[in-house]
Design a protein around this ligand. Sequence first.
Ligand code: ADP
Ligand code: MG
Ligand code: ZN
Length: 619
Amino acid sequence: MAINNKKSDNNKNTNFDDKKFKYIIYYAIIVTLVVFLINDYFVNTEVKHIKYPQFISMVEKNEIKEVQFGTDRIVFTTKEGTEFEKKTLYTGKFQDSETKLKEDLDKRGIPYDKPLPKPISPLKSFIINWILPFFMFMALGRFLFGRLDKKMGSGVMSFGKNTAKIYAESETGVTFLDVAGQEEAKESLVEIVDFLHNPKKYAEIGAKLPKGALLVGPPGTGKTLLAKAVAGEAKVPFFSISGSGFVEMFVGMGAARVRDLFNQAQEKAPCIIFIDEIDAIGKSRDGAIGGNDEREQTLNQLLAEMDGFDSSKGVVILAATNRPEVLDKALLRPGRFDRRVIVDRPDLKGREDILKVHAKGVKISDTVDLNAVAKSTPGAVGADLANIINEAALRAVKNSRTEVIQEDLSEAVEVIIAGKEKKDRILSPKEKRAVAFHEVGHALVAALLHNTDPVHKITIVPRTMGALGYTMQLPSEEKYLITKEEMFDQICVMLGGRAAEEVEFNSMSTGASNDIEKATSTARSMVTIYGMTERFDMMGLESVSNRYLDGRPVRNCSAETESAIDEETLSIIKDAHKKAIDILTENRELLTKIAETLLEKETIMGDEFMKIVKGEDND
Ligand code: ADP
Ligand code: MG
Ligand code: ZN
């Protein structure tokens, strides 16, 4: 466990450890080789002990070839043809008899001047015999087990180990400048940055900063990015883990991980802990069928850790979710995630700013009007806009241009909305005609009603995402409220496609299914959510369960009321359908004229379309 802790601690550190470790192994291998070689040498030239009297008698028999005097022994070799030929022999040394022996050797012409190589010192031999093998085994062990560890890391056997990925970045490199269009969110996070810069300033006055802030908003609005930017601005380490990373198959594992995470973070304070998608562990504990012991334990541990740590040290916990309503109340109470930072869909200016941020990374023509792109993308989030810029750049490359031009961007917007153009889908002339009338039907109803958004583009070029053609309307300004009249007119526009088919061909096609679905849900929400009918007045009949994920509305009314809701919805739709048919019948000539133009040109832009409607075109 201890080794593992270190590993997940900090990437840089881990790398360093690994390198050192490799060096140890290389050393061990080399030293082993050397020792073996030396040993080899000694083994090959067997050393044998001879008693001193025997040595003397050998000297007298003239069998000695060479003698070397050491400090405590005499080493010698014998001549060829004797009993111990080619062997190194030694015998003990007697200090008093040394001079006599040397005289004797002189007399017989046996050389003895060569010094004996110093014997290995006891310290060295101790190191070679004891310490070195110990280190070698340690190194070998670590090496092998390290490998095993990695192999088993993802398996069931790895329980007890923290395999959750805790990303520790010492600096994220992201700053608030990289996050555009979230001014309010940034404002409330600036305080946290300041706190991380200088926790003492707050501690001295006795001000307690929130331990945690919860970033809430639809997917792709930049919650993860904002958390990174806080760390980047404060220049502190950033521990990030995804909520799902805590939940494991064994009960208690997640809790251990939470403990681990907080321990690591506290060592590195000041720092930021970021728990992404916290709803994975933070789900409300009651109401769940059967319960989930593991998740509950993990959550409990998280609550305990949040209460336990000393925030004055400068540890701030950020978490992100797009389902704040499912979070356990205990997580949200003061002292835990008491601060909520809303990261909502960007408005027009926000979208333009986001586009600017991402446009910095690509070569873009000076003539490009990013404001126009922002206008054509109501409801888009940061991730969509980043994607649009990238798609545009890809298209520029495809058309072998060196810069992104406006056309690339508008095409990219449509690719994101409706999919890629599918020019090879060939419609029969009859079908094409039907599609043209259908689309012009939408456009004409939109143009002739007052509470609708202007038509931006009509096209009958098929797209990969199923549309055979489409009509694009763009709001002339950002809207935050929609009136009852506007909603009703929107439904008329949605039903205008089918109405045109009926007026022109007196028949129906399957092409209106998507329109029908949208019109029905709009009409239904007028009845159930917005209180726009006389019958139900301001009674709330449905509530939206997760507003950031476009979740299904939850009904809260009786079965009888349900059928009454259906009746009301139906009557709205019938009214709208009738209105659309009336408008198109009255303007049948115009409908035919524009449809013929569309069949010929395949795409008509909004201003051109309005000219024909107003009779300002030249023919
Ligand atoms: P989420 O809210 O789902 O966590 P992310 O932070 O992961 O969204 O955003 C995904 C990507 O979208 C980011 O990496 C960034 O490129 C882009 N993005 C989202 N919001 C913004 C924004 N406000 N400013 C700039 N880029 C953004
Ligand atoms: Mg995210
Ligand atoms: Zn349609």
